[in-house]
Design a protein. Structure first.
Length: 149
């Protein structure tokens, strides 16, 4: 089995107030075949700094039922060390969802690049804040140069 590009993401919810608002958006990209969830782990840190780890099967029934269709192919690939690293940077009294997912959308492109004897030599995810700053700066620069935005 050949996977497309794989990425992990750690999403923190301060105050241990995860209410499931991300589920519809996540469901949309999974159902559309844009991503496939490979692993999903939840980590909770109380206000004393005590950490508990939960797999999908460990969640309360309503939460487990909401996530189950999204992670039906999930396996346990995150190592204990991964969870430890995440718990070290988490704020007290917060929860995180630790996602490992495949970019299914990129598989055809990857195969085309490989068929053309191409290879990826660099890549980086650019944080939203940097993109926003660049977009905010660009129109001002164009106006200063006398170009139309």
């Amino acid at each position: 089995m050949s996977l497309g590009p794989v990425e992990y993401m750690v999403i923190e919810f301060p105050g241990n107030q995860f209410k499931g608002e991300i589920i519809p958006a996540l469901r949309e990209v999974v159902d559309a075949g844009i991503i496939r969830i490979i692993d999903l782990v939840f980590v909770r840190k109380d206000d004393q700094g005590n950490v508990s780890v939960m797999e999908l099967a460990d969640l309360q029934k309503d939460a487990a039922d909401a996530f189950a269709p999204l992670a039906r192919e999930a396996s346990t690939l995150f190592a204990e060390e991964d969870v430890e690293k995440v718990s070290e940077v988490m704020e007290d009294n917060s929860s995180v969802a630790l996602l490992l997912f495949e970019h299914v959308w990129a598989t055809k492109f990857r195969d085309a690049v490989l068929a053309a004897d191409g290879r990826l030599i660099a890549g980086e995810r650019i944080p939203k804040e940097r993109v926003d700053a660049a977009l905010a700066w660009r129109p001002a620069e164009q106006e200063a140069l006398g170009a139309a935005p």
